[in-house]
Design a protein around this ligand. Structure first.
Ligand code: PMP
Length: 387
């Protein structure tokens, strides 16, 4: 027999999203995903042998680049944002609606793909210094792309502000079909809910609830907040560690145990760009998605660009794993935590982190640099990366 999952019986937002992961046709012995949405979520958790051996802790990583729409955890977010907006009547498929977003790439790519599958158009605003392969891919996915000069978040032409304005202009323009919708990944809480309802519970199920530390970066904060909100109530001893690239404003706040006392970090007005080759993570302001779970973060690790690049080479040569910059920041942080746990005499520590995207998306920027750092066999030890 063939049974179509019934989505209409669920009404609460959380329940709808749990159902989102079961977009499958179930036959006698197979589950056949329906469209690209059926390829989102339920990603494997893999053990990284080399890092586990070198640190003496078990290091597991969720292979989020295997999400099958835009190949990053942002697939979950795009689907969640669109589904919530549909529930609220803000988006209607095939009406000519366009989804606008300001993004360095991953979210735009996921939105562009899911938009096409769901009957919408995507219009993406991004800073002109983001890796070129991302805007190329967006164009091939049929999105409209506006690359704008990098600017401060208080500037009206900054990419996020521009996307918000473009959505408003669309809705106000009677000559354009449908409505404009600003996805707003930084402030739209459908973002962290995607991780609270899917990524977190998947990690719990895949480890049978046996894990000691979760390590994650924050770009919007959706991943770390959502996973922390899902797991901390179930595992009160779990430590949540923020992996922060150089130049990001979060590390000091977390590290000093102060967290954010106001709605902005101290450096906000002075400098908004995170000065790092790592794209996608590191922020200098407080977002709604980071705020949702920041009280659950126990510690933070700061990672330099050079450490991230050395880790990139290490992963290729020891694991055959070719990933992007933020994954490397996560893994350097995981190794730092592992070393600390060992130094404290803790045994059998299990650390879970995220592999966000493939190195293919970082060829012209991060991997160009990282390739030049290595280019030959890895001759450094893990301790040298962490030094
Ligand atoms: N890795 C990459 C490649 C990203 O693009 C992003 C987000 N923009 C993140 C990690 C961070 O995830 P989050 O937004 O959930 O904090």
């Amino acid at each position: 027999y063939v049974r179509l999952e019934d989505h209409t019986r669920t009404t609460s937002k959380a329940a709808v999203h749990e159902d989102d992961l079961r977009r499958t046709v179930i036959t006698d012995d197979q589950e056949i995903p329906i469209g690209i949405e059926g390829l989102i979520g339920n990603t494997p958790l893999i053990k990284l042998r080399s890092l586990s051996e070198a640190t003496g802790c078990e290091i597991l990583a969720k292979a989020e680049f295997l999400n099958g729409a835009g190949n990053s955890p942002k697939d979950r977010v795009a689907l969640s944002i669109i589904t919530h907006a549909e529930e609220e009547g803000l988006l209607v498929p095939n009406r000519g609606d366009t989804i606008y977003e300001g993004t360095v790439g991953s979210t735009g790519i996921s939105l562009a793909a899911v938009c096409r599958a769901r009957g919408y158009k995507a219009h993406i605003c991004m800073p002109s210094d983001a890796a070129i392969e991302k805007s190329d891919l967006l164009l091939k996915l049929g999105a409209i792309v506006e690359r704008v000069k990098p600017a401060s978040i208080v500037d009206s032409n900054q990419f996020v502000n521009l996307a918000r304005r473009r959505a408003e202009q669309h809705t106000a323009n009677p000559d354009l079909p449908g409505r404009g919708f600003f996805a707003d990944q930084f402030e739209n809480t459908a973002n962290y809910l995607a991780h609270q309802n899917t990524t977190g519970p998947e990690i719990y199920a895949q480890t049978s609830g046996s894990l000691n530390v979760f390590v994650g970066g924050a770009g919007t904060g959706g991943t770390i907040s959502g996973v922390a909100l899902a797991l901390k109530p179930l595992l009160p001893d779990l430590r949540i560690v923020l992996a922060d690239p150089q130049g990001s404003g979060l590390y000091n706040k977390i590290k000093n145990g102060v967290l954010f006392s106001s709605t902005e970090t101290e450096g906000t007005r002075r400098r908004h760009q995170v000065d790092s080759i790592v794209e996608g993570i590191g922020i200098n302001r407080l977002t709604a998605n980071f705020s949702a779970g920041m009280h659950l973060i126990d510690d933070a690790v700061k990672v330099t660009d050079e450490q991230a690049m050395m880790m990139a080479r290490w992963l290729v040569e020891k694991e055959g794993l070719f990933v992007g910059a933020s994954s490397c920041v996560n893994l350097v942080s995981a190794a730092v935590v592992a070393k600390k746990m060992r130094a404290e005499g803790k045994k059998d520590t299990r650390i879970v982190t995220i592999l966000c995207d493939s190195g293919n998306r970082h060829l012209s920027k991060f991997w160009k640099e990282a390739g030049e750092v290595g280019g030959k066999d890895v001759e450094f030890t893990l301790d040298e990366i962490l030094a």
